[in-house]
Design a binder for this molecule. Structure first.
Ligand code: CDP
Ligand code: MG
Length: 187
């Protein structure tokens, strides 16, 4: 139940000077930073991070958004997915990101709760995406862009392990005690 999860503060978060405030939210909740660095992602890491598996999923969501907006288009779901996934990879590579590994009890789920839902428009107040951004996935896709939503967080425990391995070497991750180990982990 003590888990590790990958968090990236995306280029919009770094460029907007939100690194400190975003990090504080995780520290405030008692999550432990066990790895952290500034990285400029290349195409290789962007493609491994946002895998081709995302294409049909994102394509389906984009089709729904475009249909709801009454858009006329000739692209297939696959073509829409390729367009948005490429845009999302390009956005990830557009500037340095702060990559970090956070550790804690139920860390994957807790971090997703603090981050909010994918589209800032629909992400509730109190979440990072809801408080610091107001973009919508639908509008970004009409502009053929990946939506700027400040942050990436592993979606589930199964995703977290390979994502941590992609961004961090073993010797870049550290173990130490915090007061939360005393009050939350009882260790
Ligand atoms: O980041 P999260 O796990 O919440 O969402 P995802 O479904 O795994 O999608 C990965 C990323 O693709 C999102 O964070 C967005 O930056 C981008 N995306 C987008 O721009 N437009 C969509 N319709 C879906 C995803
Ligand atoms: Mg995801």
């Amino acid at each position: 139940m003590i888990e590790r999860t990958l968090v990236l503060i995306k280029p919009d978060g770094v460029q907007r000077g939100l690194v400190g405030r975003i990090l504080s939210r995780f520290e405030d909740a008692g999550l432990k930073v066990v790895g952290m660095k500034l990285v400029l992602a290349d195409e290789n890491i962007a493609k491994k991070h946002y895998k081709d598996d995302l294409i049909p999923i994102v394509g389906g969501k984009t089709k729904k958004d475009w249909d709801a907006a009454g858009m006329k288009y000739s692209e297939t779901v696959e073509e829409l997915g390729v367009m948005i996934v490429n845009g999302t990879r390009k956005f990830l590579m557009s500037g340095p990101v702060v990559a970090m590994v956070l550790e804690g009890l139920h860390a994957v789920e807790i971090v997703r709760k603090i981050v909010g839902t994918t589209g800032p428009k629909d992400s509730p107040p109190g979440t990072i995406r809801g408080d610091f951004a107001h973009s919508s996935l639908g509008y970004a896709s009409i502009k053929k862009k990946g939506a700027a939503n400040l942050i990436h967080a592993s979606g589930n425990v199964r995703e977290a392990g390979p994502e941590i391995e992609l961004w961090f070497k073993k010797d870049e991750l550290h173990s130490y005690k915090t007061v939360h180990d005393l009050h939350t982990i009882y260790g």
